[in-house]
Design a protein around this ligand. Structure first.
Ligand SMILES: Nc1nc2c(ncn2[C@@H]2O[C@H](COP(=O)(O)OP(=O)(O)OP(=O)(O)O)[C@@H](O)[C@H]2O)c(=O)[nH]1
Ligand SMILES: [Mg+2]
Length: 452
C-alpha cells in the first residue's frame, strides 16, 4: 500500500493542447503549498486567480487555484487544484515544480484510493468512478451514476446486515456445544439463508448486463457473400470502415467497431460471407466468423432482397441454439433494387433496408434498440450491473450460502455453520472493501488513470 503521509501530485487532464489543463495535489503539505503558491491563505472552495511562479520565482502561467480543506475534499485530505492553460509543456513544468517542492508523482488511481482509505467512498463507489470515466453510452452512464451514489453498496449493506443477525443467532449457541439449534431458530436461519441466496443470485444475474454496459453489446453481422454486410457496417459506423466490392468474398477477416445506437453501445462485427462452397482462404475466414459469432449477444442476419428465400449455410448447433427471436434481426438489403415482398416466416423481427440509400435504417435502429433493451435486468429499484470482481466475490458468497444450508439440514455442529457464515460475510465485504486485502486494492487502483 502506498504511504498516505506523502503529498501526491498529478496532471489530471489528458496530454494535448486544450483550453485548460488541470493538476491536482493531495496530502498533508497541500495547505502550505496552496498558501505559498497563492501568496496568501486561500479560502477553501473558492477559485483564486493568480500567477504561478516556480520555486526559482520564474513566472510560468496565470492559473486558477482551488483549495479544498480536508475532510471536505475528494480524497478526504487537504487538496489543491490548479487550472492552467492547456499546454502540455506548461502542465509538465508545473508538475515538475510541485515535485521540486516536495510532492511525489501520483500513481494511477491514487487519489481515488485515498478517497477510499479515508472512508470518503466504499470500493464499489470507487469502481463506479472508473465506470463513469469510461461510460460509452447513456445506459452505461446511468448505471455508473447509480453505483456512484451507492446503489450496490446499499444492497451489500443490507445483505451484510441480515447475515450479521443470522450469525449472532447462531453464535449464541456456540458456547453450548451439547445443544442443537432450536427448531424455531433453525427455521428462521434457513429462511434467511434462502432469501440471501435468492438476493445473491439476483445480483449475480446482472453480470452479463454489466459486461454489455462496460464493453458494448457484441453484435455480429452474418450472411451469405455479397449481400451487403460491409455496406451495412459502414452505414451504421458512419464512414467507410470496411472494404465493399461487387466481388463475393471481399471480407476475409472480421472487422470490429464500437457504435452508439440510441442509449446503447454496440461492438459491431462485420464478418466473412458464409459461402457454402468456400475457397481455402475464405474457409478460414468463415471459421473465424463462426468463432466470433458464437459469443455474440445480438445477431444481424443479412439477406439480399432479390433472394428472399435464401438462408445462410447451417450454423454449428452450439451457436445456432443461441439465436432466438429476441436476439436476432433479419435484414433484407438492397431494397432500392428489389422491393420484393419479403418472406416473413421467421419469428425474429424482419425488415428491409438499403445500405446504399439508407432506406429502412430508422426501423433497423429501433429494432436493435428493442433487442438491446431486453438485456437490462431489473435488480430492485436500483439499476445494478456488477463487474467481474463483484461476481467473483458473490460466487464465493453463494457457495458459502450453499454450504451453510447443507450444514443446517445435516445438523452439523454450530461452530461449522458459524464458520461458513463468517466466510460469506468476508465475501460480501469484499465488494464494498470492508476487508483487509492490500494486494487486491493495489491491483484494483492500478487500473485507474493517473490523476484520478
Ligand atoms: N444497390 C445496392 N447495392 C448494394 C447495397 N448494399 C451493398 N451493395 C453492393 O453490393 C456489393 C457487395 O457489398 P458488400 O458490402 O461488399 O457485401 P458483403 O456482404 O460485405 O460481401 P462479402 O464481404 O464479400 O461477403 C457491393 O457492390 C455494394 O456496393 C444496397 O443496399 N443497394
Ligand atoms: Mg464484406
Amino acid at each position: 500500500m502506498l504511504p498516505l503521509s506523502d503529498t501526491i501530485a498529478a496532471i489530471a487532464t489528458p496530454t494535448g493542447t486544450s483550453a485548460i489543463a488541470m493538476l491536482r495535489v493531495s496530502g498533508p503539505a497541500a495547505a502550505a503549498l496552496a498558501t505559498a503558491l497563492g501568496g496568501k491563505a486561500l479560502v477553501p472552495r473558492h477559485a483564486t486567480h493568480g500567477d504561478y511562479r516556480d520555486a526559482a520565482g520564474v513566472l510560468v502561467d496565470d492559473v486558477v487555484f482551488t483549495f479544498f480543506q480536508g475532510p471536505a475534499s475528494y480524497t478526504g485530505e487537504d487538496s489543491l487544484e490548479i487550472a492552467c492553460h492547456g499546454n502540455p509543456y506548461i502542465a509538465q513544468r508545473l508538475l515538475e515544480d510541485l515535485c521540486a517542492r516536495g510532492c511525489r508523482p501520483a500513481e494511477p488511481g491514487e487519489f481515488t484510493q485515498r478517497a477510499f482509505l479515508n472512508h470518503r467512498m466504499d470500493l464499489s463507489r470507487a469502481e463506479a468512478v472508473m465506470d463513469l470515466i469510461h461510460a460509452r453510452s447513456e445506459r452505461a452512464l446511468a448505471s455508473a451514476n447509480q453505483q456512484l451514489r451507492g446503489s450496490l453498496g446499499r444492497q451489500m449493506d443490507a445483505l451484510i446486515g441480515s447475515l450479521l443477525q443470522i450469525l449472532a443467532r447462531v453464535e449464541a449457541y456456540i458456547d453450548f456445544p451439547d445443544e442443537d439449534l432450536p427448531t424455531e431458530d433453525r427455521k428462521i436461519v434457513a429462511d434467511e439463508l434462502a432469501r440471501l441466496a435468492r438476493e445473491t443470485d439476483r445480483l449475480l444475474a446482472t453480470r452479463h448486463y454489466g459486461e454489455l454496459l462496460r464493453d458494448g453489446i457484441k453484435t455480429v453481422i452474418l450472411g451469405a457473400p455479397n449481400v451487403g454486410k460491409s455496406s451495412l457496417l459502414n452505414r451504421l459506423v458512419g464512414r467507410d470502415r470496411a472494404l465493399v466490392s461487387p466481388e463475393a468474398g471481399t471480407t476475409r477477416d472480421f472487422i470490429e467497431e464500437r457504435i452508439i445506437v440510441g442509449p446503447h453501445c454496440l461492438r459491431i462485427i462485420d464478418t466473412a460471407g458464409l459461402n457454402p462452397t468456400p475457397q481455402p482462404l475464405e474457409k478460414l475466414g468463415i471459421e473465424k466468423t463462426l468463432e466470433r459469432a458464437a459469443e455474440a449477444d445480438l445477431f444481424l442476419f443479412v439477406y439480399d432482397a432479390a433472394e428472399p428465400g435464401f438462408s445462410p449455410p447451417p450454423l454449428p448447433p452450439a451457436f445456432a441454439s443461441r439465436v432466438t427471436a429476441e436476439n436476432s434481426i433479419n435484414i433484407f438489403n438492397k431494397s432500392d433494387l428489389h422491393n420484393s415482398k419479403i418472406a416473413r416466416n421467421s419469428p425474429s423481427p424482419t425488415l428491409q433496408i438499403s445500405a446504399l440509400t439508407g432506406a429502412g435504417f430508422e426501423e433497423l435502429t429501433a429494432a436493435i434498440i428493442r433487442c438491446a433493451d431486453r438485456f437490462q435486468l431489473d435488480a430492485g429499484n436500483d439499476q445494478i450491473a456488477i463487474n467481474a470482481r463483484h461476481a467473483h466475490a458473490l460466487t464465493q458468497a453463494r457457495q458459502g450460502l450453499a454450504d451453510a444450508q447443507a450444514k443446517l439440514t445435516t445438523n452439523a455442529p454450530v461452530e461449522l455453520l458459524a464458520s461458513d457464515l463468517r466466510g460469506i460475510l468476508a465475501a460480501y465485504g469484499e465488494i464494498s472493501g470492508k476487508v483487509d486485502n492490500e494486494r487486491m486494492l493495489d491491483a484494483l487502483f492500478a487500473t485507474f488513470c493517473i490523476g484520478k
